[in-house]
Design a protein around this ligand. Sequence first.
Ligand SMILES: Cc1ncc(COP(=O)(O)O)c(C=O)c1O
Length: 367
Amino acid sequence: MKIENLVRKGILEIPPYIPGKSKEEAMKEVRAPKIIKMASNENPLGPSPLAVKAINDSNLLNNLHIYPEGNSPMVVKELSEIFNIPETWIAVSNGADNIITLIGHSFINEGDEVIIPFPSFAMYNIITRIMGGVPIIVPLKDFHIDLEGMLNKVTKKTKLIFLCIPNNPTGTIITEKKLNNFFDSLSDNILVIIDEAYYDFITDNNYKDALHYIKENRNVIAVRTLSKILGLAGLRVGYAIAKDEIIDCLLRVREPFPLTTISQMAAVNGLRDKEFFEKSRQVVKEGKEYLYNELTKRDIEYIPTQSNFIFINMKKDSRVIFDEFLKNGIIIRPGYIWGYDHYIRVSIGTMEENRFFIKTIDKLLEV
Ligand SMILES: Cc1ncc(COP(=O)(O)O)c(C=O)c1O
């Protein structure tokens, strides 16, 4: 058998998604007394306590033989109340990752051009290539998504434009003024995806959310997740918000039972956990201020972030820096994977983790 003769065109050329190293993997490689992960922008406080309590108090484990409700109706209802939008504007699925996949399955024909910022979240490129679309890559400008550069790349073949706000891995946003101009210049045949996986960490008032543009009747899909702000990454809950006719397309290609009963229970209760939501925002805000201060004291350059991670210029090969942090028990993300050889992306942790990170920087700087 020759796999090349069987596999769909282009699949073997797709670069695989590289996740952050897990603690388990790291433990096999280094003998640090403890390992902390600051690599995948997870919630350092753990999961929403209300979500965990709801699962513990439920009888769900005795009902694992029953299929979940396909459309996650309670989650959809909760979201529609939170955002004050019709339920028909919402599609829930297993992670924002899967929402991005559904968008690709619904809208990308072979040969369609998809405009994608770089560096940004890898899944936009991957799904475009899986579908036989043509990724049109627009490099960031001064660490920000370059809207003008994207507009310059629009052709008759352009189908989708991906924006990531705040952008992963740089943490930058796009101001309302720039976004307004962008939408005013864009043709009606193009769908704009605004990935707001880190929306809840934004503190800058100059950003108007994707929902604002959806309400203005623009061709926009907002992509959101409960992985970060509610600490539910392990349960895989993401959702899309868009006008009904767009949501209808996503639901047609979605698998029948994307969320487990446990995920649905956790999502509904997590969304009601306002106290945890605020704590999650607060820990990031405090951690960010502490890290800014300590990095500035050491003359280490960073990109001001609107997210729960910071892009830091270590002025040294990020492969080497990655190994050095790992030896000291910290997993970070090396910037070379995004073409920024001297940068690292560090998730903001608890204050104890942030202090350990700074202590480790001092140790590395001494050498
Ligand atoms: C920008 C961005 N979008 C989407 C996701 C995927 O989120 P989820 O865990 O809901 O699949 C991530 C995960 O890190 C992300 O960084």
